[in-house]
Structures are given as structure tokens and as C-alpha cells.
Write a protein that binds this ligand. Structure first.
Ligand code: SF4
Ligand code: SF4
Length: 196
């Protein structure tokens, strides 16, 4: 008897499982299809914003935002980034380090985003331009600042005026304080000195 119950129980579970599966299948049957007909639809290809294809320097009106600090280069676990910097003269006669070349090897990048997330300037981003096929590995090394100007050099801020020096306390308070008369008596309350 118990075998019969067990048999029909397993048949019932199987039917429930089949219905659940068919529900998923039926739902996908009427869902809008997202298959991309690449490369025919290259002009209106739908790629996720989160896709990481190649590292780029953000273009802000023809300028990038990199200050050549080297943090991205230090944080890259694969040695994918190589920075070259140079010194330029400022209007006030001082020198400043700026970016000369930002070299990036797409062939060794693992798209970990450490460089992007640690850049203090927000100068880096990943584009979703995934068509990066080339015939030699050398062509995967890119100069990211090619065609972009260095960020405009800000005029040095004037130094705030020095605060006036605080008045020095008296060197010897005892010397300047009136000498205390040991014989003087403190007037009691209600015992005012006579007015003349
Ligand atoms: S991209 Fe960012 S982290 Fe890298 S050198 Fe430029 S400013 Fe520094
Ligand atoms: S994504 Fe990662 S591996 Fe690629 S350059 Fe940035 S830090 Fe290096």
C-alpha cells in the first residue's frame, strides 16, 4: 500500500515540476526577443552600459582630466598602464609635472576597474567599443591621450594674508601687578568708605 502512495506522490511531484517548467517556457515564448543581428545592426547595436571593452581617458571639451599622478599605474595588477610625464613652466616661474603619454596595453588588461575606481580625478572610464580585433599584439598598445590636450593649468591662488601676531602676555605679571598691601583691610559689605 505504501508503495502505491509513494508512486502516485512522485507522479504528482513530476506533474507540478513539469507545469512550472512550462510556465517559464511559455513566458519566454511571449517575451520580446533581444537577439542581436550583428554585424548587420552595427549602427544601432544595443550594448550594456556596464560592458568594459577598452580603457579611455574622458574627453572634456578636447581635454582629458589626467594630472599624471601615477596612481592608476601603481594600482594596476598587470603592468598594463605606463605613464610618461614631463615638466612645464608655469606663469609664476615654477614648474609643474603634466602628462606626456598615457600608454595602455589592451592585451594584458583584465578589466578589473582598479585604475578607474582609484583615479582621484575621475579621468578614466571604459568605453563599450568592443571591436578591438587586430592582427598583432603591438597594435593593442594604445596612447590614450592622443588627440586630447592636457587639462588647462590653473593660475596659482594667492596666498592668504598672514594673521596679525597675537599680543604677547606680560613677561612678568608680578612685576606689573600693583603691590599687595599686607596691612590693607577688605571693606566689609555695608561698610562703605566715607564720601567726601
Ligand atoms: S588617470 Fe587618474 S590616477 Fe592615472 S595618472 Fe591620471 S589622474 Fe592619476
Ligand atoms: S582595468 Fe585593471 S588590469 Fe586593466 S588597466 Fe585598469 S587596473 Fe590594469
Amino acid at each position: 500500500m505504501s508503495n502505491i502512495i509513494e508512486y502516485f506522490s512522485s507522479v504528482g511531484k513530476g506533474i507540478v515540476s513539469l507545469v512550472k517548467g512550462m510556465q517559464v517556457t511559455g513566458k519566454e515564448l511571449v517575451t520580446k526577443k533581444i537577439t542581436e543581428c550583428y554585424p548587420e545592426n552595427r549602427d544601432n547595436l544595443n550594448i550594456s552600459d556596464r560592458f568594459r571593452a577598452v580603457l579611455t581617458l574622458r574627453d572634456v571639451d578636447g581635454h582629458h582630466k589626467c594630472i599624471g599622478c601615477g596612481i592608476c599605474q601603481m594600482n594596476c595588477p598587470n603592468g598594463t598602464i605606463t605613464l610618461q610625464t614631463k615638466m612645464v613652466d608655469l606663469p609664476d616661474g615654477k614648474k609643474k609635472k603634466v602628462l606626456d603619454k598615457y600608454m595602455y596595453d589592451l592585451g594584458s588588461c583584465t578589466f578589473c576597474m582598479l585604475c578607474v575606481s582609484t583615479c582621484p580625478q575621475g579621468a578614466l572610464e571604459f568605453s563599450n567599443d568592443f571591436e578591438q580585433s587586430v592582427f598583432t599584439r603591438e597594435k593593442l598598445v594604445k596612447e590614450l591621450n592622443a588627440g586630447l590636450e592636457n587639462p588647462p593649468i590653473q593660475a596659482p591662488k594667492p596666498r592668504p594674508a598672514a594673521a596679525p601676531a597675537a599680543a604677547k602676555p606680560a613677561a612678568n605679571v608680578e612685576k606689573t601687578a600693583p603691590a599687595k598691601d599686607d596691612n590693607a583691610t577688605t571693606p566689609l559689605a555695608g561698610n562703605k568708605p566715607e564720601e567726601k
